[in-house]
Design a protein around this ligand. Structure first.
Ligand code: GDP
Ligand code: MG
Length: 597
């Protein structure tokens, strides 16, 4: 295909503003998929994505469109993940295309993820076509939202296309706008091959499938190629385009997007952002800006039933086939036994993986407190990356500790602003900016990532009744007065509850933790002290008093079946308990104890 007849684009939007519905409509109206095969949210392949309404992996579709100028165009849509956890993947997919459709719900306006995603599009030098969606809704205010886009994002929205992705209204205008307003790609067909690795995934029949965007040169089936960052070399078995199912194609030239397979064993052998070239006749320089995505949030995953350890190992290995950014390492905990220390790109990523392990593999898991990676600077001048608070070295050897900080952008109706400011303040935030667009406030905070990883989203949602939107980006590692707080139940340290805290907040956190645990741990036949400590010094303490009576005592004498039932219920409940020395702690206590109110 000639370059002038190609358009590559992505769709950027806040969650629920209609990105997937618009993609479906574009696929449908161009006859890319036969009507009988059309199902909702074609590009959101994984069940969990559909359920949660989020797109986790980038995916793409090639659309043929006969335009009004009489020529047929190839439109390549790359669907980018819309979530902050996958910011690096988003930025790479943005590099693979020349333009973006900016979809904004005309009944809502610009939200935090709209901003974050459109900034990435702007950074990638995209031409941007604003699209106002959901104009079928009575609450739609296209004129107000046009202004809102101009005020908040600072791009011209005069020619924004008004559509309803639901009813199909305005979709032909979107197709024309893609052809007339977005630029064609550039590239040199005669130059050595240079292609970007945009994404990869594991297919049970084909093995690893690699999605690429060709910059220069031509790639053909059977070619011997090289990945410039990893240095690995492979022979192409299959070359195809996605429509969205795979259709074989003999070659891909500059500006084109497609997939190949090459007997690659694991997704982790393919690095998003890597440059692909020919082994024999390589291009002179790889694409700039490559960085492997690294896990930023870690937590321990332990089976509730120790016998499930092998099943957990298998399940983790299976999930890793398709997700190179999810890392794991075996871990033993004095309290929880054998499990894994796992690394994730962010909190949502963690939740998705944990959910899949529990649902698809039927495992009961204990998740320890999520923790970020701290940089621990030792007095001897060395530096350690701390992935698990339980491994924090003795304070006498530690010079200082640095933690990752983020820049968070929150958009919220002004009536909830006070609660949002309080929440950010409580989480050691430093306010950087506060502006208004109509009755919505936009507030920017510098926050420690660790204060955000556990329940920040949940708290934000609850204090704003779901009306706030949130996005963040990593900024830097910064020194602060951070210490490890341990929790002791009946004098025994429970390593799974160890956490890093700011020294000034330690007493407060310790007290809250002890009070919570006192409620969460069932009474035993003896008194149980519950303590929080920093380096051997107890900073908070509660005592769980001993149980007075047998639980069955309240079933006045006679009724034997009722008594038996109660005992059985108790036994079933025990399965979800873990033994700590002489004390049993219910699984739910771990999660609840770590939530702060
Ligand atoms: P995404 O999160 O941006 O991919 O959003 P979806 O495409 O999943 O859409 C979110 C919700 O909005 C779904 O319930 C859609 O049916 C609905 N929706 C999408 N487009 C329109 C539209 O034009 N009008 C109306 N009324 N609803 C829409
Ligand atoms: Mg979607």
């Amino acid at each position: 295909t000639e370059l002038k007849n190609i358009r590559n684009f992505s769709i950027v939007a806040h969650i629920d503003h209609g990105k997937s519905t618009l993609a479906d409509r574009l696929i449908q109206m161009t006859g890319t998929v036969a009507e009988r095969d059309m199902k909702q949210q074609l590009l959101d392949a994984m069940d969990i994505e559909r359920e949660r309404g989020i797109t986790i992996k980038a995916n793409s579709v090639r659309i043929e469109y006969p335009a009004k100028d009489g020529q047929t165009y190839i439109l390549n849509l790359i669907d980018t993940p819309g979530h902050v956890d996958f910011a690096y993947e988003v930025s790479r997919s943005m590099q693979a295309v020349e333009g973006s459709l900016l979809v904004v719900d005309a009944s809502q306006g610009v939200e935090a993820q709209t901003l974050a995603n459109v900034y990435q599009a702007i950074e990638a030098d995209h031409e941007i076509v604003p699209v106002l969606n959901k104009i079928d809704l009575p609450a739609a205010e296209p004129d107000r939202v046009r202004e809102n886009i101009e005020d908040v994002i600072g791009i011209d929205a005069t020619d924004a296309v008004e559509i309803s992705a639901k009813t199909g209204l305005g979709i032909p205008d979107v197709l024309e706008a893609i052809v007339t307003r977005l630029p064609a790609p550039e590239g040199d067909r005669d130059a050595p091959l240079k292609a970007m690795l945009v994404d990869s995934w594991y297919d049970p029949y084909l093995g690893v499938v690699v999605m690429i965007r060709v910059i220069d040169g031509v790639i053909k089936k059977g070619d011997q190629i090289k990945m410039m960052q990893t240095g690995a070399s492979y022979r192409l078995d299959k070359l195809a385009v996605l429509k969205p199912q795979m259709i074989d194609i003999p070659e891909l030239g500059p500006g084109e997007i497609g997939v190949f397979t090459a007997s690659i064993k694991q997704v982790r052998d393919t690095k998003v952002g890597d440059t692909i070239t020919h082994d024999k006749k390589p291009c002179d320089k790889p694409l700039p800006g490559f960085k492997p995505s690294v896990p930023v949030v870690f937590c321990g995953l332990f089976p509730v039933d120790a016998n499930d350890f092998e099943s957990l190992r298998d399940a983790i290995e299976k999930l890793q086939l398709n997700d190179a950014s999810f890392s794991s390492e075996m871990e033993t905990s004095a309290a929880l036994g054998f499990g894994f220390r796992c690394g994730f790109l962010g909190l949502l990523h963690l939740e998705v993986i944990r959910d899949r392990l529990e649902r698809e593999y039927d495992l009961d898991l204990i998740t320890t407190a999520p923790s970020v990676v701290y940089h621990v600077h030792m007095k001897d001048g060395t530096q350690q990356d701390l992935h698990n608070p339980a491994d924090m070295p003795d304070l006498t050897y530690v010079d200082h500790v640095e933690e990752p900080r983020i820049k968070a952008t929150i958009m919220v109706p002004d009536e909830y602003l006070g609660d949002v400011l309080k929440l950010c303040q409580d989480r050691r935030g430093i306010q950087l900016d506060l502006t208004y667009a109509g009755t919505r406030a936009m507030v920017v905070y510098d926050l420690p990532l660790n204060e955000v990883v556990f329940d920040f989203y949940d708290r934000l949602k609850s204090v704003t009744k779901g009306y706030a939107s949130f996005d963040y980006q990593f900024t830097e590692y910064r020194q602060d007065n951070l210490v490890k707080m341990q929790v002791l139940v009946n004098e025994e340290p429970v390593d799974a509850l160890s956490m890093m805290v700011h020294r000034d907040r330690a007493e407060q956190r310790g007290r809250a933790m002890c009070e919570k645990l006192k409620e969460l741990i069932p009474r035993h036949m003896f008194k149980i002290p519950i303590q929080a400590a920093i380096g051997g010094k107890v900073i908070a303490r509660e005592t769980l008093s001993a149980m007075r009576k047998d639980v069955t005592a309240k079933c006045y004498g006679g009724d034997a079946t009722r008594k038996k039932k109660l005992l059985e219920k108790q036994k079933a409940g025990k399965k979800k308990m873990r033994q700590f020395g002489k004390v049993e702690i219910p699984q739910s206590a771990f999660i609840s104890a770590l939530k702060m109110d």
